[in-house]
Design a protein around this ligand. Structure first.
Ligand code: HSE
Length: 434
């Protein structure tokens, strides 16, 4: 049977991983599909110096993506350049040329995926985007098909491999954030600008896509409260440990009576939860369904080959649909049409919180802080202080019982002017129920 031809645009970390798999695993792929999936063209800015894997056969090499998209022999374009400018031009051009698309581009999909999908429907082509969230975990397939019969109530996800690599290195090897980040960059986990990882923006794109898939609403990243991991220090792991907890950058989407509450932020989670065992660059996604209860998905969230597998599997799915002429494609967003999301502020959520202070030691500090909390009807749960010789930047922790985030923030703001504080208090929610 005639091959389905693929053009790969972008040979960075993900593109080269996908290309190596397509070359090395070509025979297995042919056996699974019943026809060959052939790489007909590759495009990269530095194509002249790129060494391509052996076994790809005759292949067009170009530095101009237009030569791939407009090539009549190509059936599917894999957009693996990332970013939102050239990538959008590539997708628009591919749709015009009626080429199906596979993309790993979380930012573009999170920002305008629903529009791109309606263009794709009109053009009668397919769009697949498994690699845009959680690298090697096939979470799109799960939400789009595997558990699409359920009504999703909540998603809790460790969605950024780099941040998780950093946090678990700080916790288990007592290494610094900077040191772990440099290693994550060397290993190819981090974004081109690693601030996107440690400030939570990468996870926010992924949560926007997952929430659109799970809840059928059009969620833009700006709707999601975000806070990164820069302020977490080793002392926080020591205190979290005393509470039977650990700290992870958690993407959370919860359906409440008022609506969907979304956030990406560092949170305390019980050491006993399966999410606490998601270490290093791995990702973990916990989905709570109304009928099917809890399911959990785990795998490498970053890296060339795991993400490459997601791209290649998407190429295979789209190739099958091209071959079978299937007009009944499942929307990549699982819903035929996304509804409008009415953002509910994270201020409306009620949680227990962890408050970590660094103070210049003197009598009366706890009484002052407790007074500010009491004025807002916030009840103390525990006060923790590990022995320390440093009386000029003494760390200690207060945990408080369930309170609204609004009241908690008012209290933290009221504490800002206290002269014994060496830095603003760090406030982290305790995520129970996991
Ligand atoms: N920088 C991302 C991460 C890569 O660390 O998870 C995968 O999106």
């Amino acid at each position: 049977m005639r091959a389905v031809n693929v053009g790969i645009v972008g040979l960075g970390n993900v593109g080269s991983g996908a290309l190596e798999i397509l070359a090395e695993n070509a025979e297995q792929i042919r056996l699974k599909l019943g026809f060959p999936l052939r790489v007909a063209a590759v495009c990269s800015r530095g194509i002249a110096s790129k060494k391509l894997p052996a076994g790809l056969g005759k292949i067009k090499r170009t530095a101009d993506w237009r030569e791939v998209v407009s090539d009549p022999a190509i059936d599917i374009v894999a957009e693996l350049v990332g970013g939102t400018t050239v990538a959008r031009e590539i997708l628009d051009a591919a749709i015009l040329e009626k080429k199906s698309i596979v993309t790993a581009n979380k930012e573009l999909i999170a920002l305008c995926g629903a529009d791109i999908w309606s263009q794709a429907i009109k053009a009668g082509i397919n769009l697949a985007m498994e690699a845009s969230v959680a690298g090697g975990i096939p979470i799109h397939a799960v939400l789009r098909e595997g558990i699409s019969g359920d009504r999703i109530q909540a998603i809790y996800g460790i969605l950024n491999g780099t941040s998780n690599y950093i946090l678990t290195g700080m916790e288990k090897q007592a290494r610094s954030l900077e040191d772990m980040l440099a290693e994550a960059q060397r290993l190819g986990y981090a974004e081109a600008d690693p601030a996107a990882d440690i400030d939570g923006h990468d996870a926010r794109y992924k949560l926007a896509i997952l929430s659109a898939l799970a809840f059928g609403e059009r969620i833009t990243p700006a709707d999601i409260y975000v806070e990164g991991i820069r302020r977490i220090s080793q002392i926080d792991f020591a205190y979290a440990g005393q509470l039977g907890q650990t700290i992870r950058l958690l993407g959370t989407a919860r359906q409440t009576a008022e609506g969907l509450i979304l956030s990406v932020r560092p949170a305390l989670i019980p050491r006993s939860t399966i999410l606490a065992n998601v270490d290093g660059s791995y990702n973990g996604i916990w989905v709570r369904g109304h009928y099917g209860s809890d399911t959990f998905y785990y795998g490498r969230g970053a890296g060339s080959k795991p993400t490459g597998v997601a791209v290649v599997s998407d190429l295979m799915r789209v190739a099958r649909e091209i071959r079978s002429g299937s007009p009944e494609r499942v929307s990549p967003f699982a819903h035929e049409r996304l509804g409008e999301y009415k953002p509910i502020s994270v201020l409306e959520q009620s949680r227990p919180y962890y408050l970590r202070f660094r103070v210049e030691d003197r009598p009366g500090i706890i009484a002052t802080l407790a007074g500010i909390l009491a004025d807002r009807h916030i009840s103390l749960d525990a006060v923790l202080q590990l022995p320390s010789d440093d009386k000029r930047t003494l760390p200690f922790v207060i945990t408080v019982e369930n309170t609204s985030e609004r009241a908690l923030r008012e209290a933290v703001d009221a504490m800002a002017s206290l002269d014994f504080l060496r830095e603003p208090p760090l406030a982290l929610p305790l995520e129970g129920g996991l």
